[in-house]
Structure formats: C-alpha cells, structure tokens
Design a protein around this ligand. Structure first.
Ligand code: HEM
Length: 121
C-alpha cells in the first residue's frame, strides 16, 4: 500500500499535536482569536484533527459539520482565512514537516476557501 500524506505527517498522534499547536497560535493572535470566544475548544481540536487526517488520506472519518455550515454565520474574510492558513503552515513547520508536504496540506485546505470565506474582509 502506498504511503499517504497522513502517514508521512506521522499519523493521528502527530496530527493531534499539530492541531494543539495550531490553536495555541490562533488563540494568541488577536486578529482571529475572538472568533473562538464561545467555542468548545476540546471539540474543535478533535474535529480539526479528524478533518486534517481525512483530507490527508488518513483512515479517519470527520464527524463535524460541513465547512459551509460550520462557518456560515461567522463573517470570515479573506484576511482571516490567510491568517488561519499561515498558523497551520507554521504549526506544521514547528513539527518539521517539510515545505512540499506543507504545501500539499495547504492546497487541500484551500479547496474549502469558498465555503469558509463569506465576507469581503
Ligand atoms: C483555513 C481553513 C479552515 C479549516 C480547515 C477549518 C476547519 C474547521 C472545522 C473542522 C471546524 C469544526 C466544525 C464542527 O465542529 O462541526 C471548524 C469550526 C470553526 N471554525 Fe474553522 N476552519 C478553517 C478556517 C476558519 C477561519 C478562517 C476561521 C475564523 C477566523 C474559522 C473559525 C471557526 C469557528 C469559530 C468554528 C466553530 C464554529 C462553532 O462551533 O460554532 N475557521 N472549522
């Protein structure tokens, strides 16, 4: 069986650690932290780990809402999307994920931009 990106990243455990680092960075960034004021972050982290695992080819089923429903009422602009994508890239880099694999993860996420971004900024 060929190795998936999920395998190369280090599977479930590493992805859970990357997601923790990702949300630590988000919560320290006042541009975007406020979006998560009323969010159950334990559930958020768990769903995000499932989501990233599934889009990178892991044997994991994402059990949260679809991207459009989850972000519909949030008024997220392109700058916010950029900020969140950068935090993900930097969280991956902090776990020594190389540039080419980081780019692939970001490309997978980019496919959801139109579902997530609903405001001009
Ligand atoms: C960059 C790509 C993004 C991905 C892959 C992503 C992924 C997710 C996932 C998997 C959930 C969980 C949904 C659920 O639990 O049912 C979620 C919820 C959420 N996302 Fe995103 N997201 C992205 C961008 C953003 C951006 C740019 C913001 C705001 C700056 C944002 C804010 C939120 C908030 C506040 C929730 C919680 C909604 C709620 O529980 O009511 N997300 N996102």
């Amino acid at each position: 069986m060929s190795e998936t990106l999920y395998d190369r990243l280090g599977g479930e455990d590493v992805i859970a650690d990357v997601v923790d680092e990702f949300y630590d960075r988000i919560m320290a960034d006042e541009q975007v932290a406020h979006y998560f004021d009323d969010v159950d972050m334990q559930k958020q982290r768990a769903h995000q780990a499932q989501f990233i695992s599934s889009v990178t080819g892991g044997p994991v089923e994402y059990s949260g809402e679809d991207m459009e429903a989850a972000h519909a009422d949030l008024g997220i602009g392109p700058d916010d999307f950029e900020a969140i994508a950068t935090h993900l890239d930097e969280a991956l880099a902090s776990f020594d994920v190389d540039e080419s694999d980081r780019q692939t993860v970001l490309e997978e996420i980019e496919r959801y931009r139109d579902a997530i971004v609903t405001a001009p900024n």
